[in-house]
Design a protein around this ligand. Structure first.
Ligand code: SF4
Length: 68
């Protein structure tokens, strides 16, 4: 599973960062992104649950799964 954030939709609430234990972080622009180390890669198995929690908790559905 790979995930990404649509910054055009994100409102910068920070919920995903808290829920995902910094898998998602707020960038310099104030909007969420995948942290640099994990960006563009498969979500590590041990992070899958919190990443899905964050995806489902985003109030504007800005987080999405990328096509394989
Ligand atoms: S939870 Fe959604 S709206 Fe809030 S910072 Fe994360 S991606 Fe953006």
């Amino acid at each position: 599973m790979k995930v990404n954030v649509n910054k055009d939709v994100c409102i910068g609430c920070g919920a995903c960062q808290q829920i995902s234990d910094d898998y998602f972080v707020l960038g310099d622009d104030g909007y969420a992104e995948v942290n640099e180390k994990d960006r563009g890669k498969e979500v590590p198995k041990e992070k899958e649950d919190v990443v899905i929690d964050a995806l489902e908790s985003c109030p504007v559905e800005a987080i999405y799964k990328e096509e394989e």
